[in-house]
Design a binder for this molecule. Sequence first.
Ligand SMILES: C[S@@+](CC[C@H](N)C(=O)[O-])C[C@H]1O[C@@H](n2cnc3c(N)ncnc32)[C@H](O)[C@@H]1O
Length: 289
Amino acid sequence: MRSISAKELLFWKKKQLSKGGDIPSLSLLLDCIGGISRNDQNSLKLNFESRIYLKKNLDYLETIWEDHLRDSIPMQYLCGWTFWRNLKLNVTDKVLIPRPETELVVDIVFNIFKEKSQRLSFAELGTGSGAVSIALALEYPFCEIIATDIDQDALDIASRNYMNSSSQSNLRFYCGNWWQPFESFKGKLDLAISNPPYIPKDTYEKLPKAVKNFEPKIALFGGEDGLSHIREIIQHAPLFLREKGWLIIENHYDQGEKVKQLFMKNKFTLVEIVKDFSGIGRFTIGRYK
Ligand SMILES: C[S@@+](CC[C@H](N)C(=O)[O-])C[C@H]1O[C@@H](n2cnc3c(N)ncnc32)[C@H](O)[C@@H]1O
């Protein structure tokens, strides 16, 4: 362990940020590789002379910061970790880095299912790192949660994240194409959630380097108009949901109205577009009859 003063660390941080990048990425680096928790980072200014203990020296951290800036590699992949809600999740380039705007989906579920001790069946389609399903499994310990992904590498990461976050056993993972692994759950689900790949072809080609070159295409690309996976998920949802079961879909910033129409065409009621914290219609929710 090396130790430096809070003042030296603040100076170092300022120097790194003057080269580019953002505060959350630098904070992740200091936490996950430097070993300085985000709480400790927030209190540096309270006492300039206090001693800070580092797991790796500042030169090493600076090298990683420069790799991040030069090659646009997401800091989450360089560190192998990300924070999402109150979870610390392992991420590699096999999974999408779970986004802050997706965090809201858990609150939407809280709003629908206020009684957390019910025995319900929830499903997530396209779980990636497992973020959404793990958060729900922890909040609803009596619910049975099933999560799928088409990519076994992603499921291995999701399972590892679940084991690291919980000693419960109410979440199971299945590999397969959208609803296909859920044959035995037909008509039994109280809720299905998906944040499917929804980026349209033209937009995909123009994505920032940090996304296009590093995050899995299979997690992002939604076909010509971005809606091909969303269409498939909504069309088959009525087979798997209970009467009055809920479907929640995350969509691209401008797809809300089209997704709402797809819900209504497939006999969903109470269909609503829910805005994220930036005022974007990010989720479409509806109840099956
Ligand atoms: C946008 S990511 C969402 C990941 C995670 N749920 C989240 O919100 O961070 C979409 C996920 O769907 C998975 N996926 C893509 N096509 C699929 C398919 N046909 N069937 C099942 N999962 C699929 C991808 O592997 C990826 O993990």
